[in-house]
Design a protein around this ligand. Structure first.
Ligand SMILES: [Zn+2]
Length: 392
């Protein structure tokens, strides 16, 4: 189809390079993305989109960009979503080396935002409109541990949700159709009184390190039980992981506290409330057995999700990928967590993760290949055309 070929040809590598680099040059650590939001809004406005920069209660430096490209005909709305913030980690100055863009946020996910903007530009400047709208949302408060997805949830609550969503972050050569949920726990074992000499401690004094050890053993026993159930799409099993165990300050003193922090990854279809109840039950059991006080904090990072690969937006993206790459797009499990699960579980709409590649996300040296950004923009553009259809 000539029209579609012309649109794909209009995807401009130079523009994608320049916009990615411009966004990467504006630092936007989580909690502070106002400047990059303004810059992104300005780019979308220059293509003729209706753009607002929306403030959020409680997050004054993390506004969102909400932009709409009206179709030539009424129809469904396809939403492209991305996050504007990056992790708080220093990086060498941004640069383009002739093939790749280097800098904090290049892969995660300013190149994805640039790809979305390029799709919008091509569609806005095309002679033929689509049979439905394109909605673009870009928000901060994404990256943990600094945020939990607070502003994307405010956008959903405010009604900025399409009939289907593509979060332009993640792999560019597979489509996640199932993902695990992630909870993070923080346990503090406490006992009354000060640190005391081991010889001065009463026999029944709870020892925080030993109580901590009981917790670790109980959590490890859960892992053995979890391993009996293998999840689909290579997701492995549910798991508990301990990343921090801290206690004690001297070889012959009984400490007053032990601190344990870790992750709990759970099956795609499970509710966080059930997982939390199960976890708190385990902690209460150890507290009862040892007489120690254990403070447990447990919070949801993102839920797991399942996606029907035959849902129209997934079919559209798979067709688009096959047109650009000449081979089918493999379906896969997603081990990390991302915003598509928020749309699927909390907004009730189908949502895909498809970006410019995440291999270098969060790395000390972060970069993205310009060719991958170009290909992703083409896939996203064709997906919009496939999903919405061309106006009659
Ligand atoms: Zn990201």
């Amino acid at each position: 189809m000539g029209l579609v070929d012309d649109l794909v040809q209009a995807v401009d590598a130079g523009r994608l390079r320049d916009l990615t680099l411009a966004l990467v040059r504006i630092p936007s650590p989580t909690g502070d993305c106002a400047r990059v939001a303004d810059s992104y809004a300005q780019a979308l406005r220059s293509f003729g989109l209706d753009v607002v920069v929306e403030a959020h209660d409680g997050h004054p430096r993390s506004p969102s960009v909400v932009a709409r490209l009206q179709g030539a005909q009424r129809g469904p709305t396809l939403q492209f979503d991305g996050h504007l913030d990056t992790i708080h980690a220093a990086h060498a100055p941004p640069r383009f080396d002739g093939a790749c863009i280097h800098g904090r946020g290049a892969a995660d996910m300013k190149s994805g935002l640039a790809a979305i903007a390029e799709v919008a530009r091509v569609l806005a400047q095309a002679d033929t409109g689509l049979a439905g709208d394109v909605l673009i949302t870009a928000h901060g408060m994404h990256e943990a541990p600094w945020a939990l997805g607070e502003t994307v949830r405010q956008l959903i609550d405010a009604g900025h949700v399409g009939d289907a969503v593509i979060c332009a972050e993640g792999s560019h050569d597979e489509l996640p159709v199932a993902g695990k949920g992630l909870g993070i726990f923080e346990l503090t074992v406490r006992r009354e009184g000060d640190a005391v000499h081991e010889l001065a401690a009463p026999a029944d004094l709870p020892h925080p390190i030993l109580v901590g050890n009981r917790l670790v053993c109980a959590l490890e026993a859960e892992n053995i039980r979890f391993a009996e159930t293998v999840l689909p799409y290579d997701l492995g099993s549910e798991s508990t992981f301990i990343g921090v165990f801290e206690a004690g300050d001297f070889y012959n003193r009984v400490p007053t506290e032990c601190h344990i922090v870790g992750t709990r990854r759970y099956a795609p279809d499970r509710a966080f409330s059930k997982v939390e109840a199960e976890f708190r039950g385990l902690v209460e059991r150890v507290a009862g057995e040892t007489g120690a006080t254990i403070d447990a904090r447990f919070w949801r990072q993102r839920d797991g999700f399942e996606l029907d690969p035959e849902t129209p937006v997934a079919v559209a993206l798979r067709r688009a990928y096959a047109q650009v790459h000449g081979r089918p797009l493999p379906l896969a499990g997603m081990k990390y967590v991302a915003d598509s699960s928020v749309f699927i579980r909390e907004a009730g709409v189908p949502a895909l993760q498809y970006g410019t590649g995440l291999a270098r996300a969060h790395a000390d040296h972060e970069w993205v290949d310009l060719l991958d950004i170009v290909d992703t923009a083409k896939v996203l553009l064709l997906t919009a055309i496939e999903y919405l259809g061309v106006a009659a």
